[in-house]
Design a protein around this ligand. Structure first.
Ligand code: APR
Length: 169
């Protein structure tokens, strides 16, 4: 069972084997956390993403980390659901983002992984529900990853994540 911790900060500063970014289907980069990761990794990240994309919502694909390496060796690009009304399968797609990202991390041999609060920004997924889905999915997914860091960009998100983790751990 991986150690799961919640931190507040910029995911591009994380000292982990793999950083997960909340991408769009093109994998060419965008705003939010994806913009920060692309700025930190440099222009080669968009080239690599464009070469393997598109990535379907709920799926996850890996590239090198380019200018972030070291310490980060891999970027795992996952595409969250765009929140509509909660009845369009959004929860299942978000759960799949966490599940598939851990599967890709295992394929890479990554032992430490940092996740942002996928889909809770531009895609509008309610942060409290997203936190519960993230915690439940990670706790229920067998993985060789030893340390999982849930990186909140603000304290409010961190509170949701800590509260959700307390119910599953
Ligand atoms: N480090 C950690 N978390 C961050 C950072 C950062 N540097 N920047 C933003 N965040 C947080 C946001 O505050 C939010 O909680 O990441 C979470 C996800 O928000 P978005 O980045 O907007 O991602 P998402 O809601 O999944 O929307 C994805 O936005 O940027 C575009 O190309 C991206 O089209 C895609 C869409």
């Amino acid at each position: 069972m991986a150690v799961i911790e919640v931190v507040v900060g910029d995911i591009t500063g994380e000292d982990v084997d793999a950083i997960v970014t909340a991408a769009n289907e093109s994998l060419l980069g965008g705003g939010g956390v994806d913009g920060a990761v692309h700025r930190a990794a440099g222009p080669r990240l968009a080239q690599a993403g464009g070469a393997i994309g598109p990535c379907a919502p709920g799926d996850a694909m890996a590239t090198a980390a380019f200018d972030l390496d070291p310490p980060v060796r891999h970027i795992i690009h996952t595409v969250g659901p765009i929140w509509e009304d909660g009845d369009q399968g959004e929860a299942d797609v978000l759960a799949s983002c966490y599940r598939r990202s851990l599967r890709v991390a295992d394929e890479l041999g990554a032992r430490t992984v940092a996740f942002p609060a996928i889909a809770t920004g531009v895609y509008g997924f309610p942060a409290d529900l997203a936190a519960r889905i993230a915690a439940a999915t990670i706790a229920a997914t067998p993985t060789d990853v030893e340390r999982i860091r849930l990186v909140a960009f603000d304290e409010a998100t961190a509170i949701h994540l800590r509260s959700a983790l307390a119910t599953v751990c």
